[in-house]
Design a protein around this ligand. Structure first.
Ligand code: ADP
Length: 687
């Protein structure tokens, strides 16, 4: 967009100086006295020149005559002096009277008089833009240049001005902050210095100078201003291994590495070093800053603290020892707090006499103590006293004292001193332990004796059991023969007698004899089970079961019961045949016995199968069943439920005993009124 000059006078002045009119595109009021000449002027060039003037990036203007009347100014100048209204035709003094006091008119006058160009950079001019006396600082790069007419006389002054206020102000701010930073850096209480990438010291502060005791040569001295450096163990180390050198070489921050520096006066200081390298965006190390804290005083204080701590500990340890000293000349004994505590005396009561010390020694140990002290005094050797003390309240304590003699410079014996240890608790614990050991030893002896007794009794019991078994066997065995004879006699009477009463009584006797025989057979079987070794042989399972069922079919109660036998012999089964028969006989005869006779569809199922490891089989009936409450007792000896049936209550006991002997298990599943199933697993003794 083209700019316009708002003043007719300004336009005229330009035309006059250019000696040509301006394009009508510009909003200029224009009258043409030399029309021909204008038409000849190259139009574009004129426009260009005028544009240049108006759009010049500097403030430009012409001051006419000795009073410096504004003849021409561009927009930028108007903006600079914040004058919107027309200033053309007015003197500078009229427009900006505040400049007079600042000597600006003197410069203009001189240029106008001498023709010498005046130029100044960053010249401070204070403008009163609003005429209210409030001066605003403006920095200008300014040139006043004299213009001469055709005769060579000065008729006006060209001026060019550039507003550099922003640059100057921001530069001044930077300078100010740099000054502040420098002041801060210099007055830092910590020694701080900078090195370039090669390690040359390029800057250091007052504290660093004070620490080193010299002023290093900038750009020449390297890494540290101290004369020599040492590691914290006080071994001298080369400068190029100091923390600053390491930080620069390796580009790493080092936090508080402790070293010792030697100042130029030979004094050594402990310092903690904190160098931080500067790394540019390309990863290059450009230098480093190092802060040194003087920790010499801390070190000394720490050392003093350590020493006083160890002294304190020593003192505390000593205070906790039961020290005592017995002066032979005065007869006075000094006791430490701990000694007083052992003797249950107040710590203030730390002065005693030899007689007090003696009076505490247990009467039974007194002679021994005195003998040892005398002997030790005679030979001037150390001694150890192990004695009891008897306190005022009757408490007895065990004390161990290590004693030594003290001599003066002339070798004269002054005192006996000792450290007493209260070992009562240890002693009591030891005594308790000894007693417990004794009790334990006694108990062990008792146990051993008891074990021997038990083993004797056990052997005796085994012997008795064996004898009892033999006795039971022989008695049972012997009993059976008269029973057989009685049964023979009964058969004879049954055949011979016609008497109904006699026959009835004989039947009752037969039943009783049968029951007795059954019982004896059971006893024999039990006795044999315990007495004899297993006799393993191959058992034909299905056939054995059929044989047993056949033999039991003769039982009165077996009538009408359907038998189902299905034992699958997948693998030959090996076990003790007689014992196996005992199990089957007992369970099947029970299944027959405990059926309701008048029930229909009565059955007994004997099913199972063998494998190389075992035989699993079950005997199930749909008889009277057993209520679950009795299941846990069913295998007990002489346990019976059905009193209306013949029996002795020993059958299931023998079954369980025999099953266990054959390394098997037995389980009952039964419900009253439903039936009973015995499930048995027996080991297959196949080799
Ligand atoms: P018992 O000589 O009385 O048959 P057992 O030891 O063989 O003695 O049986 C104990 C009791 O277990 C029996 O008195 C009977 O009440 C009950 N019992 C045993 N087997 C069966 C069964 N299959 N069904 C119902 N009850 C049975």
């Amino acid at each position: 967009m083209k700019k316009s000059i708002s003043s007719t006078k300004t336009t005229n002045a330009i035309e006059k100086r250019l000696d040509c009119p301006l394009n009508s595109n510009y909003s200029i009021t224009y009258e043409t006295p030399k029309k021909k000449k204008i038409e000849k002027a190259p139009k574009i060039e004129k426009e260009w020149f005028y544009d240049l003037f108006l759009q010049a990036p500097s403030c430009i203007g012409i001051l006419k005559g000795p009073n410096h009347v504004y003849e021409l100014v561009n927009d930028l100048y108007l903006q600079l002096i914040e004058k919107k209204k027309d200033i053309i035709g007015k003197t500078v003094k009229e427009v900006s009277p505040e400049l007079e006091a600042q000597g600006i008119f003197d410069f203009l006058d001189t240029v106008y008089k001498t023709g010498k160009t005046f130029s100044a950079n960053e010249m401070l001019i204070k403008f009163d833009f609003h005429g209210n006396g409030k001066l605003v600082d403006i920095y200008l790069n300014i040139i006043y240049h004299a213009h001469r007419d055709k005769e060579g006389n000065i008729d006006s002054i060209f001026f060019f001005a550039n507003d550099v206020t922003e640059q100057v102000v921001s530069r001044k701010k930077i300078e100010e902050s740099e000054n502040r930073y420098e002041e801060l850096f210099q007055n830092l209480p910590l020694a701080t210095y900078f090195c370039d990438a090669e390690g040359h010291i390029i800057k250091y502060n007052i504290a660093a100078k004070a620490l080193w005791g010299i002023e290093p040569e900038i750009g020449k001295d390297k890494w540290s201003g101290s004369s020599t450096i040492y590691d914290k163990e006080d071994n001298q180390i080369p400068f190029n291994t100091c923390p600053m050198a390491v930080a620069l070489k390796e580009g790493k921050v080092i936090a508080g590495e402790e070293i010792i520096i030697e100042r130029h006066n030979g004094e050594k200081r402990n310092v903690a070093s904190y160098p931080i390298p500067f790394i540019d965006v390309g990863g290059q190390i450009t230098g480093a800053v190092n802060v040194l804290t003087d920790i010499t005083e801390n070190k000394v204080a720490l050392q003093a603290l350590k020493e006083s701590e160890s002294k304190l500990k020593e003192a505390q340890a000593i205070a906790h020892l039961g020290n005592w000293e017995l002066n032979f000349e005065t007869g006075i004994a000094l006791w430490s707090d701990e000694t007083c505590r052992i003797y249950r005396l107040s710590p203030e009561d730390n002065k005693h006499f030899f007689s007090d010390w003696i009076s505490f020694i247990h009467p039974d140990d007194l002679d021994n103590v005195i003998a040892i002290v005398n002997e030790s005094q005679r030979t001037l050797s150390n001694c150890v006293l192990k004695n009891r003390i008897l306190l005022k309240d009757g408490t007895i304590k065990h004390i161990h004292s290590e004693c030594r003699f003290k001599f003066d410079q002339n070798g004269k014996l002054i005192s006996l001193f000792g450290i007493a240890h209260d070992v009562t608790e240890i002693k009591l614990a030891r005594l308790q332990l000894e007693q417990q050991n004794k009790v334990l030893a006694f108990q062990n002896e008792e146990k051993e004796n008891r074990t021997i007794e038990l083993s004797i009794a056990n052997k005796e019991l085994i012997k008795r059991n064996t004898e009892l078994d033999r006795f039971v066997y022989s008695v049972s065995h012997d009993l059976r023969s008269p029973l057989t004879s009685i049964l023979g006699l009964i058969s004879f009477i049954e055949e011979e007698s016609q008497e109904a009463d006699t026959l009835e009584h004989i039947l009752m006797i037969r039943n009783s004899i049968n029951r007795l025989d059954e019982f004896i057979k059971n006893i024999l079987s039990y006795s044999r089970n315990n007495r004899t070794e297993l006799e393993i042989e191959k058992i034909s399972l299905q056939n054995t079961a059929i044989d047993i069922v056949d033999s039991l079919q003769s039982m009165e109660e077996a009538k009408g019961i359907h038998f189902e036998i299905d034992i699958k012999e997948k693998d030959p089964f090996y076990s003790d045949k007689l014992r196996f028969n005992t199990i089957l006989e007992n369970l099947i005869s029970n299944a027959i016995k405990y059926h309701e006779e008048d029930e229909s569809d009565r059955y007994i199922k004997i099913t199972g199968q063998s494998d190389p490891e075992k035989l699993q089989f079950s005997i199930a009936d749909n008889g009277i069943g057993i209520a679950p409450i009795h299941h846990s007792k069913i295998f007990d000896m002489f346990f019976r439920l059905s009193s209306n049936k013949d029996g002795s209550g020993i059958g299931l006991y023998i079954v369980k005993d025999t099953v266990e002997r054959l390394q098997g298990t037995i389980q009952i599943h039964s419900e009253e009124g439903v039936g009973t199933t015995f499930s048995i697993t027996l080991k297959n003794f196949k080799k």
